[in-house]
Design a protein around this ligand. Structure first.
Ligand code: B1M
Length: 799
């Protein structure tokens, strides 16, 4: 049996939802259903058997959460081996004597990799390598890395599985947020581009929201990857009724969607949460063994991606500008900064280039990037946090480059790989291993040829080598090299001639534009004119200075003449209402006052700046609480709006929250030490279960404790029972609850219900962005407060 060969010819049926079937069969909800592999194996065998009898060709082991980190949450990390091996044993027993494939299921760790979480690449790699090896040792036929909530985690799991086992591997992403986004904000197009360049054998989509949302996601996958597809959705969005979780789609309704998956090109089709053996039986009757749909050829332009955006170069795509400014050769101040391993100017340049319209950013730390291999990857991590643009990694040192590729959430671009044998032999395998694109450079061991034909020879040789290492057309950009017009006057025309030939090869091109004017006066004009000529010869993208507005405008004008801006829509949209401007220079942010600057530091997530400016303002006699109310909270509110508008993603949200926390710490220090004040009342404060937002609650705690209340702060994500038991044991008069997620409102209601039973005398005050006065009345809270000062006033009245 060879699954990869088989899916070329016939549709295979995957089983249904294990977790929900366990609930259905036992009537209980388990935090970690994998435990049943050891404690109640018959249930798991029964579920597998039902799926096999229903016609599943592939069954998944009950190991979704059986990785060391997840198991550790329940003190089961030492049972990792037993849980995985026993899962295989049960699946094999259930499958026998039928000939079905057993897929070793690998889910998310439940904690994110840096910078979104605390786990390092290496730790994550080891966790996934361990589970993959147990699953292979137990006898799995393939590995199914599934329900992945973050693209970096999925890539890391894949790499670990691929390097430590010899099994075929499928990677399936889940898009649970509105507009088909992963938890960390990746859309299906971006994920498909990222996965397409990895070594995954099969890619796909599972779980998520309603199966009706899968169609558009599948279309995106079809456009950007030719890997076989695996698709299995939930039976709709579950509802809680009378303490039972119900999925709305029965077998007949779900079948309609399964047929849609088939028509959209899926090779493996099954069900996820809420789908039972009855669902799988109908799908098997209808689709099992059918010939897969013929897939359209994917367009062959160059693709790259970050966690939250993608980049296309070549074909009919408009010209693409890659920001060159994070490079000490173009900015002396950066050199100083990099020598002391600082990155604040680089972060600010990343933002400014993105605002100026760059489509990607080049990261070159010069010599400093080579000295400490960790510094380059730190820079890549930080720039990913402040900009959503794809990154071109410009570093000659393979070990620095490898570390950066490990932490890159998307498909990076290696800038660049020349025809020097030692170089391409090291770097092309790295590109393949980490699923990166490459810029191939027209020079080899003999240097840069003077003439364009020789440059093309080198390029053809390099492209061949790239294919041999497993790269594809959509991974390759060609740089025919431009030298300074001052040092080599004939070189410009050779570069232009090479560009024309590259265009005939239908391979996308890129140039490091600013080289042309190196050592000459009036550089901006030279750059602009040469760029126009190069675009005319077919140049598709350049690494250039996006802060030079004339240059950026030139690219847009060129697009109109090259037929890359149909109806001149983009041009008119950009320039329609803009006054003709004379000379443009770089735009630096101008702040009216220190308070504006503080606001901006929070919005941009610059913690150190936020702390410095807050200290300065406090020294100038500003009131800390007023700053919190009038500057810091509104700034964070704007961050929330940006997040809603998809202008910001989770990394930016985290940075802004950290900046706010940093500023709040400074303000906190300005409050008088709490001396022997007479404690008036005791209040237990908490952000309710499921909610990790605690900035607002911390401000409430600060204000109350500085006004004589004794505050017991339980932190965030606190279980209702813990809140009540603390309030009772500590003899509190009040309970204060905060919630910012609509989904956590039910826990406010739960605390109130519990309180009514266990301690009716305690009064409850609630607040937080998700809470309203109307909700407060509906759920029976004693008071609602819209901000910290109002919380204080209300509590004083209640006392
Ligand atoms: Co997120 N987040 N977040 N977030 N986040 C919101 C809340 C959101 C509205 C953003 C948006 O979509 N516009 C949205 C919730 C949507 C909803 O359900 N209604 C959201 C989301 C979706 C998420 C994630 C799911 C994102 C993801 O992972 N894809 C995730 C969820 C994690 C979880 O909780 N399970 C998430 C994560 C995070 C960070 C960790 C990155 C970070 C929190 C860091 C931290 O708190 N330690 C974060 C942040 C910073 C925000 C925003 C931008 C700002 C929240 C904040 O701190 N505001 C927020 C957008 C927004 O609210 N506009 C957003 C400033 C703070 C001072 O205000 O907390 O309202 P607030 O407190 C005020 C008053 O409300 C009141 O007094 C305070 C001061 O005056 N108050 C009380 C608060 N508690 C009170 C209690 C009282 C009385 C008054 O009595 C006891």
């Amino acid at each position: 049996m060879n699954i990869l060969r088989e899916i070329k010819d016939r549709i295979l049926i995957l089983d249904g939802g294990m977790g929900t079937e366990v609930m259905e069969q036992t009537g209980k909800q388990f935090d970690i259903p994998e435990q049943l592999n050891l404690e109640d194996p018959e249930v798991i065998i029964r579920i597998h058997k039902a799926f096999v009898d229903a016609g599943a060709d592939i069954i998944e082991t009950n190991t979704l959460g059986a990785n060391r980190i997840k198991l550790a949450e329940y003190g089961l990390e030492d049972r990792c081996k037993d849980i995985n091996l026993s899962a295989l044993e049960l699946a094999k027993r259930a499958a026998s004597p039928h000939s079905v494939y057993i897929a070793g299921s690998i889910g998310s760790m439940g904690e994110l990799i840096k910078p979104l979480g605390e786990i390092t690449f290496q730790q994550a790699y080891e966790v996934f390598a361990e589970q993959s090896q147990w699953l292979e040792q137990g006898g799995a036929d393939l590995l199914l890395i599934e329900t992945q909530i973050d693209i970096l985690e999925a890539k890391t799991a894949l790499l670990a599985a691929q390097e430590t086992t010899s099994l075929p591997i499928a990677v399936s992403i889940t898009y649970p947020l509105e507009e088909n986004l992963t938890v960390t904000g990746t859309d299906p197009e971006t994920a498909a581009i990222t996965l397409s360049s990895t070594s995954a054998d099969i890619v796909g989509i599972n779980c998520g929201r309603h199966p009706r949302d899968f169609k558009s996601a599948l279309n995106q996958y079809q456009m950007h990857t030719d890997k076989p597809l695996i698709v299995y959705a939930n039976a709709g969005i579950p509802e809680k009724r009378k303490n039972r979780i119900r999925f709305p789609l029965g077998p007949v309704e779900y079948l309609k969607y399964a047929v849609e998956f088939y028509r959209s090109g899926a090779h493996i089709i099954g069900g996820c949460c809420g789908t039972s053996s009855r669902h799988i039986k109908l799908i098997a009757e209808k689709l099992k063994g059918k010939k897969p749909q013929k897939r359209a050829r994917i367009p062959s332009y160059f693709r790259s991606s970050s966690r939250n955006s993608c980049l296309f170069i070549g074909g009919s795509e408009p010209f693409k500008a890659v920001g060159e400014n994070i490079n000490p050769f173009s900015r002396k101040e950066l050199d100083q900064e990099f020598k002391s391993e600082k990155l604040s100017l680089a972060r600010s340049l990343a933002r400014r280039q993105e605002q100026a319209g760059a489509h990607a950013l080049d990261i070159n730390l010069g010599q400093s990037g080579d000295q400490n291999p960790d510094f380059f990857s730190s820079a890549v991590l930080e720039i990913q946090s402040v900009s959503k643009l794809p990154l071109f990694l410009d570093n000659n040192n393979p070990s620095s480059l490898e570390k950066a590729l490990q932490c890159y959430a998307g498909k990076a671009v290696i800038n660049s790989i020349s025809g020097e044998t030692k170089k391409y032999q090291k770097l092309l395998p790295l590109a393949k291993k980490y699923g990166a694109g490459v810029i191939l450079l027209a020079m080899d061991d003999r240097g840069i040829p003077d003439n364009s034909d020789q440059r093309i020879n080198i390029i053809e040789h390099l492209i061949q080598k790239a294919y041999e290492y497993g790269l594809t057309k959509s991974d390759i950009l060609i740089d025919p090299i431009v030298l300074s017009h001052a040092s080599s006057p004939k070189s410009a025309s050779e570069t232009l001639a090479a560009l024309k030939k590259i265009k005939q090869m239908k391979t996308p091109s890129v140039l490091g534009l600013s080289n042309i004017s190196h050592g000459l006066p009036n550089r901006r004009r030279l750059n602009q004119i040469f760029l126009t000529m190069a675009i005319d010869r077919g140049l598709d993208s350049a690494i250039l200075n996006p802060l030079d507005k004339d240059l950026m405008d030139t690219t847009k004008a060129c697009d109109t003449f090259k037929g890359k801006d149909p109806g001149l829509r983009q041009f008119i949209r950009t320039f329609g209402n803009v006054q003709e401007e004379a000379e443009e220079t770089e735009q630096k942010p101008a702040f009216q006052s220190k308070k504006d600057e503080l606001f901006n530091a929070i919005v941009e997530g610059e913690k150190k700046d936020a702390q410095k400016i807050t200290s300065h303002l406090i020294e100038q006699g500003e009131n800390g609480l007023e700053l919190l109310k009038k500057i810091l909270s509104p700034a964070l509110e704007l961050v929330g709006q940006y997040y809603e508008q998809k202008k910001y993603f989770l990394p930016q949200l985290i940075l802004s929250a950290e900046a706010m926390e940093g500023a709040s710490q400074i303000i906190e220090k300005t409050f008088p030490e709490k001396g022997p004040v007479q404690t008036k009342s005791k209040i237990v404060l908490a952000t309710v279960q499921g909610d990790l937002h605690d900035i607002g609650k911390n401000i409430v705690a600060l204000v109350l404790s500085n006004s004589g209340f004794e505050v017991i702060d339980l932190g965030k994500n606190v279980a209702s029972k813990e809140i009540i038991s603390t309030a009772v044991n500590e003899n509190c008069e009040f309970i204060g609850l905060s919630a910012l997620m609509t989904s956590s409102l039910e826990y406010i209601e739960e605390v109130i219900q519990l309180k009514k039973k266990k301690a009716p005398e305690i009064q409850i005050i609630i607040g937080g962005a998700a809470v309203s006065s109307a909700f407060s009345q509906k759920c029976g809270a004693d008071a609602y407060a819209g901000d910290a000062m109002s919380a204080l006033r209300k509590l004083k009245n209640m006392v």
